[in-house]
Design a protein around this ligand. Structure first.
Ligand code: ZN
Length: 154
């Protein structure tokens, strides 16, 4: 059976370190078309903003900025990379499967890309909040967008 990267702790650690040291999409925009949410944590230094641009049902851009620990920085960085260019439906599928993985439920490994680096996070409950913070922010923004669309009758 081929070995999956999720069975190699060294590779998983490298993915996290790479995104921590070179976070993707970490910048701020003043463009008013972006939805924005502020997320912080009672148990960690994490204090971040997520900015999301949705056009024609598609995530055209996802940026973030602020302060985060290694886990939240890497997780948010990977998330922004994964969902850019996806439809809302595809983005939700990725988000659902990431949440399932953190909750030790069956999940679709294919959908998660580098987010598989957090496959063992469930073993450290204190880290789940960190791994999840950007994703929870994203979910709030997508819900906001969907409420907006409903209101406009689309
Ligand atoms: Zn943290």
């Amino acid at each position: 059976m081929p070995i999956s990267i999720k069975d190699d702790p060294e590779i998983l650690r490298e993915i996290i370190m790479d995104h921590y040291q070179n976070p993707r999409n970490k910048k701020e925009t003043a463009d008013p078309r972006y939805l924005v949410v502020h997320m912080d944590s009672a148990s960690c230094i994490d204090d971040i903003y997520i900015q999301l641009l949705i056009e024609d049902d598609k995530v055209t851009d996802c940026l973030w900025h602020g302060t985060g620990c290694a886990i939240s920085t890497a997780s948010t960085s990977i998330m922004t990379d994964l969902i850019k260019g996806k439809t809302i439906k595809e983005a939700r599928y990725i988000m659902d499967n990431f949440a399932k993985m953190l909750n030790e439920q069956p999940y679709d490994e294919e959908a998660l890309g580098e987010a598989i680096a957090f496959v063992n996070t469930y073993k450290q409950p204190s880290r789940i909040t960190c791994a999840n913070i950007g994703w929870r922010g994203l979910e709030q923004l997508i819900e906001k967008e969907e409420a907006e669309e409903k209101k406009n009758g689309r």
